[in-house]
Design a protein around this ligand. Structure first.
Ligand SMILES: C[S@@+](CC[C@H](N)C(=O)[O-])C[C@H]1O[C@@H](n2cnc3c(N)ncnc32)[C@H](O)[C@@H]1O
Length: 387
């Protein structure tokens, strides 16, 4: 398939509430946004554009390039439609390996496993009919990945050019309690408006996701440079030399950070894990780590962002017990972080309120299944408590 060839629709998926942040990222890459959905952003481009989007986007899950769309109101139509949706040998190597994922909201779809299997069979039968042999197929997402949406009597077929979802950057091999997804950490940072050129302080850093994502942003390192495998590398026509040139040019944009990053946690093993994760991301030397309670986090003078993801207390009664901790966070921001922006990712409700400061913004975000708010505060000297 020609990578520089046909422009088609590109759907970039992301978490709920993140499309506007993702749309801003897409626009900042010089691409037009044609629309946003609940879980994604629509744009247009070539497979070569998909390559760049995969490497550069910080909040995206998957970059999907549209192959085609057909009317589909039954399982039979799905099978036939899939078989003729593309000249599959121009996409999947005959000796290669592919997998199919789907989102099916059609009454005829029993479940998505059944839909995946049927679409896999259709593509395999296309090869068997034409060549007498077929590529391997299975669940692995580390080679060619096809994605099918089936709803409203229409099936749309995409190439998932990401393969493994993009939140899997590869650096976070060690986690502590309740780690943030890498793409959510990036969404938090971007939505505060932090530009990467002022101080960043991350008390309660856990396995270090916010601090590492901040270091990547501060140095202009795109997250895709940390990965060595994407779905687009397994589409026939992929040019390794072209890809290597793109990577080199993105690597050439890496700069020295303009300001410090400080990450602390009271749990010493968490700091060890965060340091090793940062090392794998190539940013450990840019972060000052310290084991201490959040109140003792060093906060240098000057502008910057103090960002925290405190524990939520998942079991009954724990939330109540955490209220003083959130009140303490409010005190810390008020007494130690004057002149800075404060941001706390908290579950919506009692705990967010327990901070008892007036937020400038409350940004809805989903942390796993937990409905959260990123509470953003402008801390000036003498910030007043909300009584
Ligand atoms: C939800 S986790 C943070 C997860 C982190 N964002 C990540 O991606 O791994 C909360 C962290 O707060 C730390 N913590 C809890 N109470 C603390 C306190 N009083 N002072 C400092 N750290 C604390 C815990 O050790 C834990 O690592």
């Amino acid at each position: 398939m020609e990578f520089k060839g046909k422009q088609d629709k590109i759907l970039i998926t992301c978490a709920l509430h993140v499309p506007d942040i993702l749309a801003a990222e897409v626009r900042s890459m010089g691409k037009e946004v044609h629309g946003t959905r609940k879980n994604g952003v629509e744009t247009e481009g070539t497979l070569e554009d998909c390559m760049r989007l995969n490497l550069c986007l910080r909040t995206a899950w998957r970059v999907q390039y549209r192959l085609g769309s057909f009317r589909c109101s039954s399982i039979n139509q799905l099978y036939e439609g899939m078989k003729s949706a593309a000249a599959w040998e121009e996409i999947i190597d005959r000796q290669g390996y592919f997998s199919v994922s789907s989102f099916a909201a059609h009454p005829a779809a029993k479940n998505s496993m059944y839909v995946n299997q049927l679409c896999k069979d259709a593509i395999a039968d296309y090869f068997k009919d034409k060549y007498g042999s077929r590529p391997d197929a299975g669940k692995e997402k580390n080679r060619t990945v096809v994605f099918v949406y089936w709803n409203d009597n229409r099936a749309t077929v995409y190439l998932d050019t990401s393969g493994e979802p993009l939140d899997r950057r590869g650096y976070r091999q060690e986690t502590t309690s309740a780690p943030l997804q890498e793409t959510l950490a990036a969404a938090c940072l971007l939505s505060t408006g932090w530009q990467g050129d002022t101080l960043l302080v991350n008390p309660m850093c856990g396995s270090g996701t916010l601090a590492v994502e901040a270091a990547l942003m501060a140095t202009g390192r795109v997250p895709g440079l940390l990965r060595d495998n994407f779905g687009f590398m397994h589409i026939s026509g992929f040019d390794p030399a072209e890809y290597s040139t793109l990577r080199k040019s993105l690597q050439g944009q890496v700069r020295k950070p303009a300001a410090r990053i400080i990450a602390t946690d009271r749990h010493h093993p968490a700091i060890g894990a965060a340091q090793r994760n940062a090392h794998r991301a190539g940013v450990d030397e840019l972060i000052d780590f310290k084991t201490c309670p959040f109140e003792e986090t060093p906060v240098p003078d000057g502008p910057g962002l103090v960002i925290m993801n405190p524990p939520y207390g998942e079991r009954l009664g724990e939330e109540e017990m955490l209220k003083p901790v959130y009140a303490g966070i409010g005190d810390f921001l008020k007494n130690s972080c004057g002149g800075k922006t404060g941001a706390v990712l908290a579950p919506h409700g009692m705990l967010a309120k327990a901070i008892r400061l007036s937020p400038k913004r409350k940004i809805p975000l989903l942390n796993g299944k937990i409905d959260c708010r990123l509470m953003v505060y402008e801390m000036y000297s003498g910030s007043r408590r909300k009584e």
